[in-house]
Design a protein around this ligand. Structure first.
Ligand SMILES: [Zn+2]
Length: 327
């Protein structure tokens, strides 16, 4: 099962292909059952406490030894969720129903589908769900534009966006750079030890057996460190030039709402999915998202600060970097 999660997180194969490969290795698992297994947090040491009276369903630490790390589990979940949304974004939809299958039902959290019905003179468009929920499409679309507006960068915010993007970039890449530096220093340290032992051997301060033992020990350490380094995931942010990142953020978020309004249906659906990599929950009056994309998150904060909250820029940057550090 650990192999399965690793393969999913690598995002190289379709889930069904991974299932077949795992079955060849002796897993014996049907398609539906497999689908449930790979979403079960029990593998990273959690157990599900089901919904009870007015208490929501939640996760808690189990007593058992986790088979995989929580990070790996959630990486795999991100890949599964992201694929689903990418697939959904590619589905064709009517111009009047840009959010079809991209937003969830306020009643039951299934994804809403949509259709048009004919009135006496006009067509009416609806988002609806198998549970019976039926919502006016123009109303849902307008509310979505309102949501989008929260993420649009206003001209007066551009400077702040540049400052914040730089800050976020630095905090997100800092740890990786530091971790690599530490591993390299450790490798260097072990290499030095071997050299030192060799000097001691030549001075007759230690005998050949001691030297061999020290050398083998250090070489084993170096192997382990090199493997660790090779396994470190390349942070996609680190490969990006900071100026290109800033340009992307500005281009992406200045005039966001207008661009959405005038985009064709295909582009609209792509925009929804890249801004909101996780599903949008619609409660009938407003949209919520468990996690917008990183840039959107930062801009939302900036806009909140600019509209009323009188905190100074510096204070704000501090709280933002704290937020990033906590992630
Ligand atoms: Zn429903």
């Amino acid at each position: 099962m650990r192999w399965v999660f690793e393969e999913i997180a690598k995002d190289n194969w379709p889930l069904e292909h991974i299932r077949k490969m795992a079955n060849k290795e002796g897993l014996k698992c049907e398609r539906m059952n497999f689908w449930r297994l790979v979403r079960n947090p029990v593998y990273c040491g959690k157990i599900i406490i089901p919904q009870h009276n007015d208490e929501q369903m939640r996760l808690t630490d189990g007593q058992h030894e986790p088979l995989i790390t929580e990070t790996l589990f959630y990486e795999a979940q991100d890949v599964l969720e992201g694929r689903k949304r990418k697939k959904a974004a590619l589905q064709v939809s009517l111009d009047e129903l840009p959010l079809r299958t991209l937003i969830s039902c306020p009643g039951c959290h299934r994804m809403l589908t949509g259709s048009k019905s004919k009135g006496k003179r006009l067509h009416y468009y609806y988002y609806h769900c198998v549970c019976g929920v039926r919502l006016s499409a123009p109303k849902c679309n307008d509310l979505f534009i309102k949501k989008l507006d929260e993420y649009a960068v206003r001209p007066e915010a551009v400077d702040l966006v540049i400052a914040v993007t730089t800050q976020v970039y630095k905090s997100r890449t800092h740890n990786d750079v530091e971790a690599k530096k530490m591993i390299l220093a450790d490798i260097e340290n072990n290499t030095q030890k071997i050299a030192k032992a060799r000097t001691l051997l030549l001075d007759d301060s230690i005998d050949a057996d001691d030297f061999k033992a020290i050398k083998a020990d250090c070489e084993a350490q170096i192997d382990r460190l090199e493997a660790k380094m090779a396994n470190m995931k390349e942070n996609p942010l680190a490969k990006m030039n900071i100026n290109i990142l800033i340009e992307k953020v500005i281009k992406g978020f200045v005039g966001l709402t207008e661009r959405f309004k005038f985009a064709d249906i295909k582009k609209k659906r792509q925009m929804v999915c890249s801004l909101f990599p996780e599903k949008l929950l619609f409660d009938g009056e407003a949209y919520r998202t468990p996690r917008p994309n990183l840039a959107a998150e930062a801009i939302l904060l900036i806009n909140n600060v600019l509209s009323g909250n009188k905190k100074g820029k510096e204070d704000y940057l501090k709280s933002l970097s704290l937020m990033v550090a906590l992630k």
